[in-house]
Design a protein around this ligand. Structure first.
Ligand code: GRF
Length: 218
């Protein structure tokens, strides 16, 4: 059975596009049944419409509290009987109630090698720290911000010639490989979260997840 997927966005939706493309190519046993944005005019909405996917906008500014907004989003998702919620550039801090409701069936992508650089400005922070490697992490969402168990990390080298822009771009391209991969695992029931551990095809994953390495010289 195909998994029913909801994708939450706030912006460009290039990760959404990568997932759509993988579904169209038959690489993900799933169907996106809802793309929800908290921003009117988010380009990701257009991408969804182009692909014939139902969209919905719920603006957080229309709600009196964080809890009320989250409840409205939760209701919209539940109405679609969703198996998996994908956060793809959804720029909202979610309440514990929302996160608990979707525990074990909500994924996020974060542009750093977690547990390094939770929060914002991850690329600049990696450069400032003099790191040799950077990347992105796909993880299950828990109430701790960017703190849930990591399924996969895509790692890129930081070269001396890298600027903030070039590094951001390199990581972004890897995100489009990393996220669909984990979504495909989930939809094929290959990824299991049990007792704080993740298993891929029955094998225990390391705490930093499956490691996707990219060439040192580009
Ligand atoms: C990505 O950089 C992702 O790591 C972060 O939000 C951004 C979303 O980009 N969580 P896009 O909207 O998918 O292009």
């Amino acid at each position: 059975m195909k998994k029913r997927i909801a994708v939450l966005i706030s912006g460009s939706g290039s990760n959404l596009q990568a997932i759509i493309d993988h579904i169209v190519a038959g690489k993900i046993n799933g169907e996106i049944v809802l793309v929800l944005s908290n921003k009117v005019g988010a380009f990701g909405l257009e991408r969804a419409q182009q692909a014939g996917i139902p969209t919905q906008v719920l603006q957080h500014t229309d709600y009196q509290s964080r809890l009320a907004f989250d409840q409205a989003v939760l209701n919209a998702i539940d109405k679609q009987r969703v198996d998996l919620v994908i956060l793809a550039g959804f720029m909202r801090i979610l309440t514990e109630e929302f996160v608990s409701h979707f525990s074990g069936r909500m994924l996020n992508i974060h542009p750093s090698l977690l547990p390094k650089y939770k929060g914002l400005d991850t690329h600049q922070r990696a450069i400032d720290a003099g790191d040799r490697a950077h990347g992105c992490s796909v993880h299950f969402v828990t109430p701790e911000l960017d703190g849930g168990p990591v399924a996969l990390q895509a790692i890129v080298p930081i070269c001396s010639a890298d600027s903030l822009d070039s590094l951001q771009q390199k990581v972004h391209v890897r995100e489009h490989i990393a996220y669909p991969k984990v979504v495909a695992w989930f939809c094929a029931n290959k990824l299991l979260w049990r007792d704080n551990n993740l298993y891929l095809n029955g094998e225990l994953l390391p705490t930093n997840g499956f490691q996707l390495l990219f060439d040192a010289v580009e």
